[in-house]
Design a protein around this ligand. Structure first.
Ligand SMILES: [Zn+2]
Length: 532
C-alpha cells in the first residue's frame, strides 16, 4: 500500500501538469489544479499524523485524501463544527460568520488541524497506547474507537479548561455525570448515558492498570496523556458507590502548574521573607493551610528559588507532582512500606542539604523533620492546619516538644487561594454604603474594586485562575524564648492593633480586593471574617 501511495503521490502533481498541458492552457485552470493538488497533499499529510483515523482505515483515508483533499477538509470542518454546535460552544446564529471567516481566513482548516494535533493520546503509565492496552477488554456493543475518542476528548477538554480533577459518578436516573474541578470549584461538564459511561470507566480503568472485574473494592491506578507540548499524568481512584462505580482522576500537569515564586501574586514583603527563608542553611519552613489551599504549589515554587545543582536536595512526596532536575525524589507507597517516616530516615543518612517533606501527618515524621532542621539541614514541609498559631499546637500535639520547636522552626506560612477576577470581563463594582464608609474611614481608594461578570473565556463564572494570600510568621527570639519557657499562649501569637486582633490573611485578601484582583466574596469564602 505504501509503494502504491508513493507512486500516486508523485502521479497526482504530474497528472495536474499533464492535464493543464493537454487542455488549452488557461492560467485559471492551472491555478485551480495546483491548488487542488496542494490541498490533496496537505490533507494526506494530515491524515497520516492524525490519531482521529483508526489504523485500519488509514490506507483508505490516505487514498481519498489524495484525490478528494478539499472535500475531506470540508468534512473535517463540518464534523468539528457539528460537535461544537451539539455541545453549545457555537450557536446556529454564529455559523454564517464562522463559515465566512473560514473561507477567508483558513480558520476552519487550522481548527480541524488543531483538533487532530492537539487531541491528547492516552497511554498507560509505561507509555503503551490505548489501542495496544485496550485489546479486547472492556468491550461493549459500542465501537471501541468511539469510546477511546470520547475518553481522549473528555481528558483533552478538561486540560484545556485547566481542571485539577475529573470526577465521573453515577446518578440515580441511568445517567452518569462528569464533573471537573476548575479553580477549586466543581462544575458539571457533561451528562452521559450509563451504558456509554460504563464503557468509558472500563477503558480508563484498563489504561490505569486496574482490574475491570473488580467494581466494588477501591482501586488506584495511573495513566498518562501525550500532547504535542509534553506529557500530562493522571492518578486515578475507583470506588463502588450506590448505582455503579465512581472514578476520580487527578490531573498532574507539569507544564501548567509549576509556578515561580514571583508568579504567585505575593506582596513584596512576603516575597522577600520567603526568598530569604530558603537561603538559610538550616531551620524549618512550614507551609500550612486546609486541603486545596495550594500548599504543594508553593512548596515547588520555593524549590524553584533554590539552586538545585549546587545543593543536595531530597524530597519525600505523595504523589510526586513535578519531576525536578538534580533532585532525588521519593514517592510514598504504603503498600510497599515506603512511608514518610522511613523514607525520611533513609534520606537523612545521605546527608542532604535540603529536605522537602510533602506532608507532615504523623508524629514520627514530625519529630524527625524538626530534628533534621535543628541539625544543620534546611527542611521544607507542609502541614494541614488552618493558621500559624494552630500549626504550633498541631506540632506539639504530634509529639514535638517545645525545646525542639524553638531550636528547629524558623518560619510558618499560612496560605489560602482566592479566585482571580477574569481580566476579560470584570467591571467596576458598586459598593454598599457600609463598605464605602469603611474604606473612606481608612482613606483607601475604592476606584479599582471590581465585580465578576462572566464571559466565554471564564465559562461565565467571572473568575479565571487563582492567587495565593499568605501570612508569614517569623519564629523570632521572643517566640523562641516563650516556647522554651513553656509560657507561650495563643494570644501572644496574634498581632493586635488598638486592642483589635489583626487577621493577616484577611488583610492580604483585602489588599487584593482593593487592587481589583479578587472580590470581597472570595476573601470571605476562604478566610473566616466578620462583615465588611
Ligand atoms: Zn470572563
Amino acid at each position: 500500500m505504501g509503494n502504491l501511495l508513493s507512486v500516486m503521490f508523485l502521479a497526482a502533481p504530474l497528472a495536474a501538469v499533464k492535464t493543464a498541458a493537454v487542455l488549452n492552457f488557461s492560467l485559471l485552470k492551472f491555478i485551480f489544479l495546483v491548488g487542488w493538488v496542494y490541498f490533496c497533499v496537505y490533507c494526506l499529510y494530515r491524515s497520516q499524523v492524525s490519531i482521529l483515523v483508526p489504523a485500519k482505515w488509514r490506507p483508505w483515508c490516505n487514498l481519498s485524501c489524495l484525490f478528494f483533499g478539499p472535500f475531506v477538509i470540508t468534512l473535517f470542518y463540518a464534523s468539528d463544527r457539528g460537535k461544537k454546535l451539539e455541545r453549545g460552544q457555537l450557536s446556529i446564529a454564529e455559523l454564517p460568520a464562522d463559515i465566512y471567516k473560514t473561507i477567508l481566513g483558513r480558520k476552519g482548516l487550522l481548527s480541524a488541524d488543531q483538533r487532530a494535533d492537539s487531541l491528547i493520546e492516552l497511554c498507560d503509565s509505561e507509555g503503551h497506547s490505548f489501542s495496544e492496552v485496550y485489546g479486547g477488554e472492556g468491550k461493549s456493543d459500542r465501537n471501541p474507537n468511539e469510546i477511546i475518542e470520547f475518553c481522549q476528548e473528555l481528558i483533552f477538554d478538561a486540560i484545556s479548561d485547566r481542571a485539577s480533577d475529573i470526577l465521573i459518578d453515577p446518578k440515580s436516573d441511568g445517567v452518569y455525570s462528569i464533573r471537573c474541578r476548575i479553580d477549586g470549584f466543581l462544575r458539571v461538564v457533561r451528562q452521559v448515558e450509563a451504558e456509554k459511561c460504563v464503557a468509558v470507566v472500563n477503558s480508563l480503568k484498563v489504561i490505569s492498570g486496574m482490574d475491570i472485574g473488580e467494581k466494588r473494592r477501591p482501586q488506584d491506578g495511573a495513566f498518562m496523556g501525550k500532547l504535542p507540548s509534553g506529557s500530562v499524568f493522571f492518578r486515578v481512584a475507583s470506588a463502588g458507590v450506590l448505582g455503579g462505580e465512581k472514578l476520580s482522576i487527578r490531573v498532574i500537569n507539569q507544564q501548567a502548574q509549576m509556578l515561580m515564586l514571583h508568579e504567585m501574586g505575593l506582596s513584596g514583603k512576603i516575597y522577600e521573607s520567603l526568598t530569604n527563608s530558603v537561603k538559610q542553611s538550616s531551620g524549618m519552613l512550614l507551609i500550612c493551610g486546609p486541603t486545596g489551599s495550594g500548599k504543594t504549589t508553593t512548596l515547588y515554587a520555593l524549590m524553584n528559588e533554590i539552586d538545585l545543582n549546587s545543593k543536595n536536595v531530597v524530597t519525600v512526596e505523595d504523589p510526586i507532582e513535578y519531576v525536578l532536575d538534580s533532585v532525588s525524589q521519593i514517592e510514598v507507597n504504603p503498600k510497599a512500606n515506603i512511608t514518610f517516616a522511613n523514607s525520611l530516615r533513609s534520606l537523612l543518612r545521605q546527608d542532604p542539604d535540603i529536605i522537602c517533606v510533602g506532608e507532615i501527618r504523623d508524629s514520627e515524621t514530625a519529630v524527625m523533620a524538626v530534628q533534621a532542621a535543628q541539625t544543620g539541614h534546611l527542611v521544607l514541609g507542609t502541614l494541614h492546619s488552618s493558621s500559624n498559631a494552630e500549626s504550633l499546637i498541631r506540632l506539639t500535639d504530634l509529639g514535638v516538644n517545645n525545646l525542639l520547636l524553638a531550636a528547629g522552626l524558623s518560619f510558618i506560612v499560612s496560605q489560602r487561594l482566592v479566585r482571580v477576577l477574569c481580566e476579560n470581563c470584570k467591571e467596576p463594582a458598586k459598593l454598599t454604603p457600609e463598605q464605602k464608609q469603611y474604606f473612606s474611614k481608612k482613606r483607601i481608594s475604592t476606584s479599582r474594586i471590581c465585580k465578576p461578570v462572566g464571559c466565554k473565556k471564564c465559562n461565565e463564572t467571572g473568575y479565571y485562575g487563582r492567587a495565593a494570600i499568605m501570612d508569614v510568621m517569623d519564629i523570632d527570639d521572643k517566640i523562641k524564648d516563650k516556647l522554651c519557657e513553656g509560657s507561650l499562649k495563643l494570644s501572644d501569637l496574634k498581632e493586635t492593633k488598638n486592642s483589635k486582633v489583626i487577621n493577616k490573611l484577611r488583610m492580604e485578601g483585602l489588599k487584593k480586593v482593593i487592587s481589583g484582583i479578587t472580590t470581597f466574596e472570595e476573601v470571605k469564602r476562604v478566610v473566616n471574617m466578620g462583615g465588611v
